[in-house]
Design a protein around this ligand. Structure first.
Ligand code: ARG
Length: 463
């Protein structure tokens, strides 16, 4: 039997209703969490004397058998069963007899059951995503370590601005992904409270032990208010938001990979394993991986906005609208998992064209700021005036067809007589990069500190 339709109904559900109402096609993914939740609930009921030992054992054996059937592909899913909770309960009736299976739902409702199952899935996904993100940071760190001296043009407005080293540039991403992990960890802690035992929404008259079932499922404690217990989907919103930010970071790196692998930049070459071809232009190698990563960010945002919209204005407690909470979360989690895996491999296998990065630094007068700083610190000129004089020097460099970093001091002296021979060592590209020794700066010494900080943090965090 195991039907949500009680004796109050005189007619069968229409086939159209079954199709429209069912969540089984997508929530069957939660079979593991559902069985785990039911076992914890049954054990607690047994311990509290609400079920006999015999009943408890029969229920647990039956649930384990169902787990095996599902995992070995022998379980028959039928749309009329509505959702994974009813499908499993129905099968339990066939295995253990309805007299026994019917007792599992004592002091429980599908409302707290689904919230528990879904939260278990989300919590586990947070741990998996944090682990994948950690692997990716390790890869970035590995690449960065070889490039503390590799100069590339740092940009603002996509215009050459100041020289930085490539490790420093990658570190900016490492810190973003570090925050992503921290966000996932804090969501995990904040939401690690069990809805189970909230029953329909008002609690239950049975003498249940919610702390016990919560702990069995790895939760810190039961949620304090049963109505909140069945209505809360913040945990789902948070994972969708966390993934949205993660994908924003991935998409920014992806965009740089697209730019860097173009002929115009030539900073990196993507490995053939992670490049695609054109069906018409035989010479082409396309960066489909980073492009898709950029694109997939869109669907992940869509899932977040979708669930926010579903939940907006919903009265308490459970409403069927909430069944729409799952597909977007599944999709975002799976998108983030494959995205992290493939960006990891793409970065691991790409070739860094050091020389091209270096060459690009000789365009755009990247060390102009250093000339201005020189005029301030060595010639006693106020910064505004120094800024103006440097502008003249840049114009002169353009006229001569050289970069400011290659201007001789003699040429510069013609513009400002206070300039000395020593200017050359301040306006070289290496000197410019290495002058930025402030904490968090691009100088090799400051970059090394950041590399150490990330490496130590990686060692500290739980894997
Ligand atoms: N399939 C439902 C969902 O995903 C389970 C909860 C059903 N509860 C109810 N009162 N109809 O939300």
């Amino acid at each position: 039997m195991a039907k949500s339709r009680s004796g109050v109904f005189k007619k069968e559900a229409s086939e159209l209703l079954n199709r429209f109402n069912a969540s089984l096609p997508f929530d069957k993914k939660l079979y593991h969490e559902d069985i785990k939740g039911s076992i914890a609930h049954a054990k607690m009921l047994g311990k509290q004397g609400i079920l006999t030992i015999k009943e408890t054992d029969a229920i647990i054996d039956g649930l384990k058998k169902i787990l095996f059937e599902i995992e070995s592909g022998k379980f028959g899913f039928a749309i009329e069963d509505e959702d994974i909770h009813m499908a499993i309960e129905k099968r339990l009736g066939e295995i253990a007899g309805e007299e026994i299976s019917g007792r599992l739902h004592t002091a429980r409702s599908r409302n707290d059951q689904v919230a528990t199952d879904f939260k278990l899935y989300v919590q586990n996904s947070l741990l998996e995503l944090a682990q994948l993100t950690k692997e990716f940071i390790k890869t970035l760190l590995g690449v960065a370590k070889n490039h503390t001296k590799t100069l590339l043009p740092g940009m603002t407005h996509l215009q050459h601005a100041q020289p930085v080293n490539f490790a420093f540039h990658l570190l900016a991403y490492m810190y973003m992904f570090k925050r992503d992990i921290e966000r996932m960890q804090s969501s995990y802690e904040r939401n690690n409270y069990s809805p189970l035992g909230s029953a329909a929404f008002a609690g239950t008259p049975y003498p249940i032990d919610r702390q016990r079932s919560a702990e069995k499922l790895g939760f810190t404690a039961p949620m304090s208010n049963a109505m909140d217990g069945v209505s809360d989907r913040d945990f789902a919103l948070e994972i969708l938001f966390n993934i949205s930010v993660l994908m924003t970071h991935i998409s920014r790196l992806a965009e740089e990979l697209v730019l860097w692998s173009s002929i115009e930049f030539g900073f990196i070459t993507l490995s053939d394993e992670y490049s695609t071809g054109s069906s018409i232009m035989p010479q082409k190698k396309n960066p489909d991986v980073p492009e898709l990563l950029r694109g997939k960010t869109g669907r992940v945002y869509g899932n977040l906005v979708g669930l926010l919209t579903v939940l907006k204005g919903l009265p308490l407690a459970y409403n069927k609208d909430m069944q729409e909470d799952k597909e977007g979360v599944f999709d975002s989690v799976e998108t983030a998992q494959i995205s992290l895996r493939i960006i990891n491999e793409t970065i691991k296998t790409m070739h860094v064209n050091r020389e091209n990065m270096q060459k690009a630094c000789k365009k755009g007068h990247l060390s102009a700021t250093d000339l201005a700083d020189y005029l301030v610190t060595h010639c006693g000129i106020p910064f505004r005036e120094a800024h103006f004089i440097t502008g003249k020097a840049v114009a002169k460099a353009d006229e001569l067809g050289v970069d400011i970093s290659q201007m001789s001091y003699l040429e510069l002296q013609k513009i400002e007589s206070k300039i000395g021979k020593d200017v050359e060592k301040y306006i070289s590209l290496e000197a410019s990069m290495n002058a930025r020794t402030s904490k968090g700066g691009t100088a090799e010494s400051a970059t090394a500190e950041q590399l150490i900080e990330i490496a130590e943090w990686l060692k500290k965090i739980k894997s």
